[in-house]
Design a protein around this ligand. Structure first.
Ligand code: CP
Length: 312
C-alpha cells in the first residue's frame, strides 16, 4: 500500500485486503508500533460526516501524526479552484489526502494530479474504507471470512459496490436484494464476477429480500437515499417500502447472523424501530472499527509499520 492511492477496492488484491484486516486486528489489540510523527493527512470533505472524518482524524492523532480538516466552503473544489490545482497545492503540504466527494470523477482527477497518496473517504461510486472496516467487523464476529454469506438489502449504492468487491475477492458469497433500477452497477458486477471466478464466491442479484437473507451469516442494509439524493427521498421511500430490514426478515437468516448498517440510520425506514438495538446488531462495533481500519491503512501507506500477519 505504501505510496499508492486507494480510490477503489479494485486497487487492492486479496492479499492486501487480508493484510489490512490482520493489521487492524493487531492494532486494535495494542500490538502495533507504527509512528506517523511529522506526517500530515489533509481531509478534503465535500459531504457532512461523523464517522469517516473522526476516524481519520483520531487515527492520525493516535499514530502521532496530524490531520487537517478542510470544509467544502474553504476549498471550493472545482469552484473556487480547479481540482488539479487543489491536488498540486495539497501535495506540497500534506503526506496524503483523504477525500469525501460527490463525484468519483473528481476523486480520480485529484489523484491524477496529486503527487501524494489519495484515499477515497466516500464517493458516489464506492466507500472502500467503510467496506474494509465492515469486513474487519465480520472477521471479528465470525472468526473467519471465506465461505460466509453476506445479504445486502436495499439500494445498490456505493457501500454495496465496495462490499461486493471485497466479498468477491476474498471468497465471501454476496447476495443483494434491490428493486429494479436500483441494482448494482453493471461494470462493478462484471468486475466482481471476474474476481469470484478466482475466489469461489457466489453472487446473487434478486429483487426478493427473503431470498437474499435466508440462511445468511450477515444481513446488511443502508439508507434508501444517500447524501445528495434528498430530492428523491420520498419517491425512494415508496420504491423501497418492501425492503425494510426488520425482525421478521432477520429471522430468516442463520440464528447466529449479525446485522450491519454503516450509519447514519433512519429508524422506521430501511430499519425497523428496534433492529439497531437487537442482540444481533453490531452497528456500533462497525463504527468503532472504522478507526482501527484507518489506522492500519494509514500506517501501511505512510509508516514503516512491520506487523506479522495474524494467523487466520
Ligand atoms: N458510515 C459513514 O460513512 O458515516 P459518516 O457519513 O458519518 O462518515
Amino acid at each position: 500500500m505504501a505510496g499508492k492511492d486507494l480510490l477503489s477496492i479494485s486497487d487492492l488484491n486479496p492479499e492486501d485486503i487480508r493484510l489490512l484486516i490482520s493489521n487492524a486486528v493487531d492494532m486494535k489489540s495494542g500490538g502495533w508500533t507504527s509512528s506517523l510523527g511529522g506526517k500530515t493527512l489533509a481531509l478534503v470533505f465535500e459531504k457532512p460526516s461523523l464517522r469517516t472524518r473522526l476516524s481519520f482524524e483520531i487515527a492520525m492523532q493516535q499514530l502521532g501524526g496530524q490531520a487537517i480538516y478542510l470544509s467544502p466552503d474553504e476549498v471550493g473544489l472545482g469552484h473556487r479552484e480547479s481540482v488539479p490545482d487543489v491536488a498540486r497545492v495539497l501535495s506540497r503540504y500534506a503526506d496524503a489526502i483523504s477525500v469525501s466527494t460527490f463525484s468519483h470523477g473528481t476523486l480520480e482527477t485529484l489523484a491524477a494530479y496529486a503527487s501524494v497518496p489519495v484515499i477515497n473517504a466516500l464517493s458516489d461510486l464506492e466507500h472502500p474504507c467503510q467496506a474494509l472496516a465492515d469486513f474487519l467487523t465480520i472477521y471479528e464476529k465470525k472468526g473467519e471470512l471465506a465461505g460466509l454469506a453476506v445479504a445486502y438489502v436495499g439500494d445498490g449504492n456505493n457501500v454495496a459496490n465496495s462490499l461486493l468487491l471485497v466479498a468477491s475477492q476474498i471468497g465471501v458469497d454476496f447476495r443483494i436484494a434491490a428493486p429494479g433500477g436500483y441494482q448494482l452497477q453493471e461494470d462493478i458486477l462484471r468486475k466482481a464476477r471476474e474476481y469470484a471466478v478466482g475466489s469461489g464466491a457466489h453472487i446473487l442479484c434478486t429483487e426478493e429480500p427473503r431470498l437474499a437473507v435466508t440462511e445468511a451469516d450477515v444481513v446488511y442494509t443502508d439508507a434508501w437515499a444517500s447524501m445528495g439524493q434528498e430530492a428523491e427521498a420520498e419517491p425512494r421511500r415508496q420504491v423501497f417500502a418492501g425492503y425494510q430490514v426488520n425482525e421478521e426478515l432477520l429471522a430468516l437468516a442463520r440464528a447466529d447472523a449479525i446485522f450491519m448498517h454503516p450509519l447514519p440510520a433512519h429508524r422506521g425506514e430501511e430499519v425497523s424501530e428496534n433492529i439497531l438495538d437487537c442482540r444481533q446488531s453490531v452497528v456500533f462495533d462497525q463504527a468503532e472499527n472504522q478507526l482501527h481500519l484507518q489506522k492500519a491503512l494509514l500506517a501501511g501507506m505512510l509508516g514503516s509499520l512491520e506487523i506479522p500477519l495474524a494467523n487466520y
